[in-house]
Design a protein around this ligand. Sequence first.
Ligand code: TTJ
Length: 640
Amino acid sequence: MAKADNYGASSITVLEGLEAVRKRPGMYIGSVSTRGLNHLIYEIVDNAVDEHLAGYCNRIRVTLETDGSATIEDNGRGIPVGMHEKGISAERLVFTTLHAGGKFDNGAYKTSGGLHGVGSSVVNALSARLTVRVKSDGMIYEDKYERGNPVVELLDGLLPVIGKARGTGTLVNFLPDDTIFDKIRFKEEDVKSRLHETAYLNPELTIVFEDRRKTPAERIEYHEPEGLAGFVKDMNKTKGAIHDVICLKGESEGIGVEVAFQYVNEFHENVFGFCNNIYNAEGGTHLTGFKTVFTNVINTYARELNILKEKDANFTGADVRSGMTAVVSIKHPDPRFEGQTKTKLDNQDAAKVVSKVTGEEIVRYLDRNLETLKSIIGCAEKAAKIRKSEEKARTNMLTKQKFSFDSNGKLANCESKDASQCEIFIVEGDSAGGSAKTARNRKFQAILPIRGKILNVEKASIDKILANAEIKSMINAFGCGFSEGYGNDFDITRLRYHKIIIMADADVDGAHISTLLLTLFYRFMPELIYEGHVYLAMPPLYKAMPSKGKEEYLYDDRALEKYRKHHKGSFTLQRYKGLGEMDADQLWETTLNPETRILKQVEIEDGRMASEVTEMLMGTDVPPRKAFIYEHAMDAQLDV
Ligand code: TTJ
């Protein structure tokens, strides 16, 4: 298609900007995996949410189309289509210039400001094609792009009108560029979960999700008028809440604070932080402020009520939060983020303001609701009791049978002591473990075979977990201890291997074992995952041996399909049933050799999703678990 010919020098630099995005997409959207792909939708949706926050839009539609594209439509004022100062339509400017996100604009909080608040131009740059339709002053205006380049001619600097409109709004339809992304199929489960979250955070907004790729199409309307309270209530739906959700709200120093929490009959804490509607996977100052003040308040009450006697030590923060599900959401004019994935709120004033607002409001509530107060203190007492007995059990156990690196029978350690160079492969089964020991490069690769299915840590008690031989040998080998709700003995600086590689068969059993291991890491050594030390080995499913030319390993059925399509001439296909079937050379080439192997780095999309998934996987509900494992076993990203 012909390029629009009436853009001047300014738009040349514009396109250079978008070219930078196409060259290094990861810098703008985190990754080109499915996670990055889904982010494209969130980037566009966030613009519509901003319009909602500005007070002009109450309905957003998100549609996954049959052709693989996504459509996002709102009923806001519409992106301005008129001529902007530089002789270019304002809409063009929005879609072709890189602008920094996260700014405080027109007195409204922008949603963008989190991890990848990068805007619509990035989505445009990474789309094979993108269409914008704006309804305003009774007309529908349309603009189109291909790989970020405008393909519509402006008439006197204005967008063409393609019809008449009732009402106002913006529609964006885009097809991600398959030369940029590994795969361009949006994952509806992730999209739905994110949209639902957005609905909880914006109680006056309705989001209609439609997946037309399914027959019949799936349609869900997300509207959560109860807001954060509804969010907490729904997370606790199946868990036996022990009191009504408590909601607090306030404002100080221009920072808005909203908190909802509720206790359940369980011993985990689940506390989630949001800033300007963006989830903060790594937490941050808002959560610190909330936790600190909450611990103080409960200890003060416990002493006033003489539940804690003079000689008793205070409850720890973990005691006090045992059983708590909480959402802390703040609105900040100028949020700053730090941490590995830039999702940890860093503003010191947020800690101060959140403690001030929640401190005052919690006391006001609990003064009037003594029964609830007593139930909460009851949870803390139980948790403290368990903590003390486990502390005792642990000291006993640690002294009785010291974790010692060298006495670990099954570990085949590597020679290097430089952790940054070292890798440990957790291999299921003794036979695969044996081949791996032969095949590895013993300089920097350690092998730890584990047998059968490890313990389900969601269900077992802590002493049972620590008594499990497989788990013990892993904790022992990693060298950094472990943390659980009541104590933190984990020290990541002592990690002996910067790559921990789970090596399991590419089948359902293998996926199950990987999930159990990931759950173990997530619960007791989460930093390993957050800091990017955990990987999944991706053993191939097939080897194609052509009569002429090079042998090729194929890692999934799609790769096989592709090979069949593109390979001319005959070839023999060897199917691997499991790691145990490969000889040492094959194992080296396919799974161990850093030059040729494929690893998937494990990332936690977000804590809520991970814990929900964990729960689903580990709960008693078998059918959804099977479905999930299948889907994900087939879905693993191949990040070399
Ligand atoms: C800007 O100021 C004048 C009135 O309109 C404001 C605006 O840009 N509103 C707006 C943008 N509403 N909706 C959007 C939007 C919606 C989608 C789906 C996608 C994008 C990129 C923007």
